[in-house]
Design a protein around this ligand. Structure first.
Ligand code: FES
Ligand code: FE2
Length: 380
């Protein structure tokens, strides 16, 4: 697919020393660090805000906040999706609350300035044009937008690099899963009292799996050993014998995505799109998870399930056990993320320790520092 970032493979060969130190604990709770993140990579990187299918018809819009910056994606009459800052040009009111909706025109809730779906300012009640005021001078400010495999990415910088450049060569690795054609059937939402990086780091390791996910380690033998990378260099994670998907029993009532390889039918693939997107691919379902940082110690999470239209159309389509199992796993994860967040401020902590099994965590932190402080900044 053309989303990307790293498959679950260390950026550098596995390290064997056991005493690497993590980034300082204050990076997980400091408001100043949170602001620095917002003003550095969150304003520079392409950020996934959803799927094109969420706004299928003209007039449909999707409003999202990325660390307080509002973006409004609108499908205009021509069918084109436009992205704007979700802010009125008059006196800065937010135009739409977060979520989806449909409108013929976008009217500001404050003084009713009204914008067309392509961002033109077309109405200013009680304010006539002339005398130096022209509505055409004040369209909504647009936000760079790119699509990839049905995913919508925005970028808050003025001249961002192409999305593919950020996504890199791994972007096409999962095209056989037909991500563009898949359709969302369900979204789970969670609020977690933890810094977004705690959740990313938890995703990047499985040392916690034997303790936290007793059900999951029944399905993926590797996880029972606390590992996320197979010994033979295979970059996926092999499902146990007879396991078709992640459910309590390991069996699935959903047909596999057409066209997968024999290997795919026995494999879980997962990767992080830095900074806040996770993609999980199983034979019958793809899920993607977006983290929405709300503050240094609070994160909202959306977790969407994608299935192939042919699977959905089957008379016996029943994803209930897939939903339930994944919700169980996510709740297990978020609980321990909250525990880790609570310990971050303790005088008895300071910073963590990253043994070799935490290679992906180490790599994430190295990338995080590069993105936040630049190549000349602090390194791990
Ligand atoms: S702030 Fe939007 S119309 Fe005044
Ligand atoms: Fe987990």
């Amino acid at each position: 697919m053309a989303v990307e970032v790293e498959p679950r493979r260390p950026l550098s060969p596995p390290r064997t020393t056991g005493a690497r130190r993590a980034i300082p604990a204050q990076d997980f709770y400091s408001p100043e660090v949170f602001e620095r993140e917002r003003d550095s990579f969150f304003s520079r990187r392409w950020i996934c805000v959803g799927r094109e299918e969420e706004i299928p018809r003209p007039g449909d819009y999707l409003a999202r906040d990325v660390l307080g910056e509002g973006v409004l994606l609108v499908r205009d009459e021509s069918g084109r999706v436009n992205a704007f800052f979700n802010v009125c040009r008059h006196r800065g009111s937010r135009l739409r609350d977060e979520g989806t909706g449909t409108a013929k025109l976008l009217q500001c809730p404050y003084h009713a300035w009204t914008y067309a779906l392509d961002g033109r300012l077309v109405g200013t009640p009680n304010i006539a044009e002339g005398g130096g005021f022209a509505r055409s001078d004040f369209p909504l400010h647009s936000v760079p937008l790119e699509r990839c495999e049905g995913f919508l990415f925005v970028n808050f910088s003025e001249s961002p690099p192409p999305l593919e450049e950020q996504l890199g060569p791994n972007g096409t690795a999962f095209s056989r899963y037909r991500l563009r054609d898949l359709r969302t059937t369900k979204r789970l939402e969670f609020d977690c009292h933890a810094n977004w990086k705690v959740i990313v780091e938890n995703y990047n390791e499985c040392l916690h799996c034997p303790t936290v996910h007793p059900e999951l380690v029944e399905l993926v033998p590797l996880y029972r050993r606390g590992l996320v990378a197979e010994d033979d260099g295979f970059e996926g994670n092999r499902l146990g014998p007879g396991v078709q998907s992640w459910t309590v029993t390991g069996s699935s009532k959903v047909r596999p995505i057409p066209g997968l390889t024999e290997e795919d039918l026995h494999t879980y693939w997962g990767f992080v799109v830095f900074p806040t997107m996770f993609v999980n691919l199983l034979p019958d379902v793809v899920t993607y998870e977006l983290l929405w940082p709300l503050g240094p110690d609070r994160t909202h999470i959306t977790y969407d399930f994608l299935f192939h239209p042919a699977s959905i159309a089957a008379a016996d389509f029943d994803p209930t056990d897939i939903y339930e199992f994944r919700e169980l796993i996510v709740r297990q994860d978020l609980r321990v993320c909250e525990l880790a967040q609570r310990g971050a401020r303790s005088r008895g902590y300071g910073r963590g320790v990253l043994p070799p099994q935490d290679d992906f965590v180490y790599d994430f932190e190295a990338e995080y520092l590069r993105e936040r402080d630049g190549p000349a900044g602090r390194t791990l």
